[in-house]
Design a protein around this ligand. Sequence first.
Ligand SMILES: C[S@@+](CC[C@H](N)C(=O)[O-])C[C@H]1O[C@@H](n2cnc3c(N)ncnc32)[C@H](O)[C@@H]1O
Length: 310
Amino acid sequence: MQQHKPVLIKEVLQYLKPKAGESIVDCTFGQGGHASKILKKVKSKGLVLGLDFNQDNIEQYKKKFKPPRNLILIQENFKNLKQILRDQEIGKVDGILLDLGFSSNQLDQIAGLSFLKPEMRLDMLINDQVREKKTAKDLLNQANQVELEKIFQEYGEIKNSNVLAKRITKSRQQKNFETVQDLIGFVRNNKDLFRNKRMNPATKLFMALRIAVNHELDNLKAFLKIYLDCLKTRGRIVFISFHSLEDRMIKLKLKQDASNCICAEDEFQCKCDHKAEIELLTKKPIRPTQEEIRINPRSRSAKLRAGIKI
Ligand SMILES: C[S@@+](CC[C@H](N)C(=O)[O-])C[C@H]1O[C@@H](n2cnc3c(N)ncnc32)[C@H](O)[C@@H]1O
């Protein structure tokens, strides 16, 4: 099984600044790579709350390490953080980390996530809490052309998304999509739509379906609405994203929260009365060093942004 290497560890600690006695939430616990470093900083007087909407990651960590008393692990979606902090009687916290996407071990464990495993079912469900359990193959076989085009365009930023969606709906009339191999076969037969020489042509298509199946952007959007209510004054928020759409959403929200005016640009005089609630800690996104990318190629698209509540 692939071991997950946490990205931007040094930078996460630099901006999250966990100190002895503080309470910190790791919203995307994964294999506990970041959380174990944070635990060392908050020491036994502090508290780490780890969330992951994938039960296996939490169970694997519990099996491998005996979690200390000051690490609370819950299978939950980070979009519910405000309610979780209330239910756990933790109140507001000193720091929050979000390291979006999936962990490397999940590539081996979750059916359909990797195009290197052609025999797997096209599921892609990382979030095993979603009620409707709509998998990638359900989308490919059942969504209408307009819905598919939207998924490919918005989540995959794929050129010719309309043609791609049309060809998918045509292809499924002959044979439904069931396995990873079926989708790879489709990509091979439609090479003219996937011309990017720098990446495997299936990459963006797999990414778009994964984001749709797990409602990844909706979760982030919901979290961005509540994160300020979860932080104490001087509390830090750190985001790591791997997708330009996620980074754009984070950048715009942090910019808005750090601004004393959110009036439209053509407004002559400020009418909004908006007050900045955070101070930006990163003017530009922090990127991994060449050395980190060499050791951990998965880190190459990571972008870190951070802020502190004022
Ligand atoms: C990139 S990994 C995090 C790795 C972790 N930082 C580490 O060092 O091991 C992202 C994790 O977040 C989880 N995840 C993604 N979206 C989530 C959400 N909305 N709520 C809770 N967990 C989520 C995934 O299941 C995955 O385990």
